[in-house]
Design a protein around this ligand. Structure first.
Ligand code: 5GP
Length: 186
């Protein structure tokens, strides 16, 4: 069975950037494309960054058991489609899930063999700066994401691995080491 890696941590911690570099360094890894009810940001494409679903379609898929995990985050729904995961692992590809903490907990219960990695920000202030700086969320969304971030940070000790994203290259190296080590153990 191919390895499943869960990468979690608060919004704004840099999960997306770290994963982009991780995928370049470990080309056999594949990223599962999540479903969400939030709208696309500029530059985001349906089926590439997310499967953008309306709330009724999301609910229908929940009822059909289409999700491995799903959670509400800042008023929107997000979830990992079983099909996304199964197709990749069946083809022998190790898979990365980039998800928030409630989803990571559900995966821990459903798939205890998945490798769970929590990305830690150097400080809460850095998070705020990144959330404001990327300019993708309005003031209310930033406030809501920061509030969730504080409770997510409190959960970091639940995770087998923690990587502090203070310096990008060092954090990527650490992530690559974890993934390579766990792939050998699979
Ligand atoms: P964003 O709106 O910034 O793309 O994502 C908001 C949060 O939802 C991030 O913490 C992101 O990791 C998380 N997220 C993205 N996809 C999924 C998913 O499939 N399941 C869960 N539980 N969280 C997700």
């Amino acid at each position: 069975m191919a390895r499943v890696f869960v990468i979690t941590g608060p919004s704004g911690v840099g999960k997306g950037t770290l994963i982009k570099h991780l995928l370049e360094r470990v080309p056999e890894l594949e990223l599962s494309v999540s479903a969400t009810t939030r709208g696309p940001r500029p530059g985001e494409e349906h089926g590439v960054h997310y499967h953008f679903l309306d709330p009724a379609e999301f609910d229908r898929r929940v009822a059909n058991g289409a999700f491995v995990e799903h959670a509400e985050y800042s008023g929107r729904h997000y979830g990992t489609l079983r099909e996304e995961l199964d197709r990749r692992t069946a083809a022998g590809h190790p898979v990365v899930l980039e998800i928030e903490v409630q989803g990571a907990r559900q995966v821990r219960t459903a798939m205890p063999e998945a490798v769970q990695i929590f990305i830690v920000p150097p400080s809460t202030d850095t998070l705020r700066q990144r959330l404001v700086g990327r300019g993708t969320d309005d003031e209310q969304q930033v406030a809501s994401r920061l509030e969730v971030a504080v409770s997510e940070l409190a959960a970091q000790d639940e995770f087998a691995y923690k990587v502090v994203n203070a310096e990008l290259d060092a954090a990527v190296d650490e992530l690559v080491d974890i993934v390579r080590r766990e792939m050998v153990l699979a």
